[in-house]
Design a protein around this ligand. Sequence first.
Ligand code: CU
Length: 210
Amino acid sequence: MIAAASAAPVLLAFAAASGSQAVAAAHTGGDPSVFSTSLDPVPTNRVDAHGSASVRLVGDTAWVTVRVRGLITAPHAMHIHAKGEGECPEADDATKHNGRRSMSTTDGLGDYGPVGTSLTTRGDTSPASALAIARFPQVGTYTYTRSIKLTHDMAMAVRHENAVIVVHGIDYNGNKKYDYVLGVSDLSASLPMEATAPALCGPLDRVGDH
Ligand SMILES: [Cu+2]
């Protein structure tokens, strides 16, 4: 009888300890975390559009939603950029392209960093698909949703709030199509600058942060 009575508190203590370990593990690993941002026009690029984006992370898997309203009817490359300053470019980052002050993707690189994930509609999502124009939204107002297995690096960049959503494709001269008003793209000699220049941008922040 004495042995049984003394064993009970030990079992209770063990149960309490393992319970708190489980809670600690959930907070560092597999718990869902939600990140979101408004997508605002990139300065100097004459964008009259807006949007929003959210990423729900479970482990390295991201449920990505991007809403865009008001861009021109044309392909819009979209990426998660990372490993820059986790920010969007400001007007003084713009340079002259074909003599016109505007923001190329390269102009903003220090702020948002290079492409980490391509938000394609199907197939590969690596940086190799950054300009896979046929696999991005083809219109200017849309809601994009896709579940994507991120690289672990990119998942960590999102968790550390160093990830930025960028939607590309502008209409600098307001003629409803991509042309060479800003010259050739800094990213591809076969595309006009308008097709690849950043249109909307937003840094992903953890929902609940203030
Ligand atoms: Cu991009």
